[in-house]
Design a binder for this molecule. Sequence first.
Ligand code: XMP
Length: 507
Amino acid sequence: MEESKHVAVVDFGSQYTQLIVRRVRELGYFAKLYALEEFEEMGSPGAIVLSGGPKSTSEADAPDLDFAKLQAYGCPVLGVCYGMQLLNIKFGGTVKGSDRREYGPAALRPESCSGLYEGVSHESQVWMSHSDTVETLGKGAKVLASNQHGTPVSLKWEERFYGIQFHPEVTHSHEGLRILHNFLLTAEELQEFHIEDFKRAMVESIRETVGDKQVVCGVSGGVDSTVLAVLLHEAGVKMRAIFVDHGLLRKDEGEEVRSNFHRMGVEIETVECADRFLTALAGVEDPEKKREIIGGLFIDVFWDSVGNADLLAQGTLYPDVIESASNAKSKASKIKTHHNRVERILELQRQGKVLEPLAELFKDEVRELGLSLGIAKDIVGRHPFPGPGLAVRCPGAIEQKKLDIIRECDAIFIGKLKEHGWYDKVWQAYAALVPVKTVGVKGDERSYEWAISLRAVISEDAMTADWVELPYAILRETSHRILNDVAGINRVLYDVSTKPPASIEWE
Ligand code: XMP
């Protein structure tokens, strides 16, 4: 996609840097993320955002950039958190480091409700995550806003350099989007962003990269791989879509996936290999080890069934990349290994054999793309389902019996959500096994059985999530059905953990 007058976001390593890109796109402008090493080759951006980052500017190896080059770009610049401290130093000010990180909500009090703060309340909640604070102001700095203690948290230098201490990109900064928009309004002739343009650009780039090679892609029936397969189909490249039934799918899922692809006119090949996966996973308890095994076997299965395809396409999304932190561009720290990021795939990636056209997108953008590709609403609206499937919802060793229990409970729960009109209101819902036996009574008999945990969350991007206050009727009916119909379960729990600190899946 053409890069003139785009918004360039420079990555200093914050977990939320890509969110800035996404917010800018949400505001209707084309934005692109750059690693710090790419800073001098960003073309001619119409605006630049310097992201936050985990380092303190006072550390010896603190990331830095060439200020003369930044000035030479000649466009408005917004420094966020670390970016603001860096700008202040570049303008001759000083920054005070601290061992304590200020993390959480703070009050933002703008000096005036104009410019960057046009239309923003006199006092607004913003989200802070920093250890440095401004000590002395850089040359010509003007304080635009302070926090509840009177400390400057927003500065302006010269006519086009802005700094904000807080993170406008997270939803906890209530008017963050407006502030970001106000900044973008100071730029001239920014390039607009529409998902249709993105689609055209992706189709073109796929054609160019694939040429007359053969590309193989795995489909799971989930939104990401479905959109990927339809995109490859649309690009008209030589492809084979392989559906691996690894035995870790939900109830009746195989049939549903086949019928959905049939509806879309995309041919898929099914490989039944539940035994192979379950044998390899037998007795394995460590979550990272499970992921490694599943990821590795996936590739084996592909390569076994396709022979020697030239390229592997994956429906990896941005949050998957950032949480595995194996993206060469990212300085963020590792949370868990996504199945698309295991060593075998990284090796293929180093050989230039992996294609990930969706890697810059968030889930709801992929859904929008899916709709623009003509994929039916019910397919696009499916809840996310992790590649390693029920394995990450079955803590400890995986056994057929446990998987069967999860499938039954999950189907009951999802059925109830649909019946009560709640399926489309939640981001994701599922049942996970709690492999702890507790005592109960069934009939007149003592029971000693496992528990099942139900989880329903809302999320915008899967990087943070909140549990859903489902109506008691849904929980009561689900629990009643599970306790009556599913052998092996005598206790039903509802998971009320936010992410962070919990993650959405159990492993
Ligand atoms: P967590 O558990 O990391 O989940 O909070 C965030 C989102 O990602 C999904 N997820 C995965 N998806 N492969 C996938 O394709 C994986 O290995 C994987 N792990 C988690 C999860 O379902 C949620 O939507």
